[in-house]
Design a protein. Structure first.
Length: 299
């Protein structure tokens, strides 16, 4: 094999690795090992993604004809599908809205409990005033209670539906209240609602701080792509990239840039707080010991 062909093959392999890392990020494949799966499920591709791929292929064909770069056929579809995802903000607004709804529901439940009714009836009574973001989860909890589920089991299922560390904290206090039937649960829930409200304020501030580097990366990417397209179509400055070796170097540079965007997005997403009830997406925590360590366990 001649040296140019060897260089092209090496560059193609590296670029394919970068493309694989991008699609792994788009699919959300977990990085930690989990329990073995019995069935292999192929990833589903949405209609919007297929449409973007077709548009990218069309743009890539036009780019190939204009610039003479075969790599444009590969770059355009990946950029069309991947860049909007990598440069967009993570879906943190929905999580914050759910936390706000949980704080409002917890405060409402605390007020109902002060009337002196039982925990189960109080949970049922809060269904009408439950905020929309968690109404489905609370509705399932009420349905389980009406179906004569054991209260603790229904609350554990409620925590699994919420799938959030703060939801586990609320559910754990309710489980302790169901076990001990003390008179202090309303006060504990009131204090817990204040804690959730403080958590919401902190998360909003964190998301505001993370928005700044995302905006910078977005503008740098837009400017870089615009300059590259203009130079490729009209200038001789990028003419060396039309050679086989130039195409390999361009693939390496673009792969490094995409890897930087993936790294930045992972940093912006942050880590989820480990849960204390049931299973998280990463770890499993022992439940009985964890419940005893919950603040407000004296309820």
């Amino acid at each position: 094999m001649s040296l140019p062909l060897l260089v092209i093959a090496l560059g193609g392999a590296l670029f394919a690795g970068g493309v694989g890392a991008l699609f792994r990020e788009l699919r959300g494949v977990p990085t930690t090992e989990g329990p073995p799966r019995r069935h292999l499920r192929l990833p589903t591709i949405s209609r919007r993604t297929r449409l973007l791929v077709l548009i990218g292929l069309g743009v890539g064909m036009v780019g190939w004809l204009v610039t003479g770069w075969p790599l444009a056929i590969v770059i355009a579809p990946i950029a069309t599908v991947g860049l909007p995802h990598l440069l967009s903000a993570p879906d943190a607004r929905e999580r914050i809205e759910r936390l706000e709804a949980l704080e409002e529901w917890t405060r409402s439940l605390s007020g109902v409990l002060t009337v002196g009714i039982g925990l189960e009836q109080a949970l049922v009574n809060t269904l009408r005033s439950t905020p929309t973001p968690i109404r489905e989860e609370v509705g399932r909890l009420v349905a389980r209670l009406r179906a004569r589920w054991v209260t603790e089991e229904a609350l554990r299922a409620f925590a699994e539906d919420l799938d959030d560390a703060t939801g586990d904290l609320v559910a754990a206090n309710l489980i302790l209240g169901a076990r001990r039937r003390g008179a202090g649960l309303a006060a504990v829930l009131e204090g817990l609602a204040e804690s959730v409200a403080a958590d919401v304020r902190a998360r909003r501030q964190v998301e505001a701080d993370r928005a700044k580097p995302r905006a910078t990366a977005r503008w740098v990417t837009i400017i870089s792509v615009s300059v590259l397209v203009i130079l490729a179509a009209t200038g001789s400055y990028v003419a060396p990239y039309a050679s086989p070796l130039g195409q390999v170097i361009l693939a390496l540079l673009l792969t490094a840039y995409v890897a930087t965007l993936v790294w930045m997005r992972r940093m912006a997403e942050g880590r989820r707080i480990p849960r204390i009830i049931g299973h998280t997406r990463e770890t499993t925590s022992p439940e009985p010991a964890a419940l005893q360590a919950i603040p407000g366990g004296q309820a």
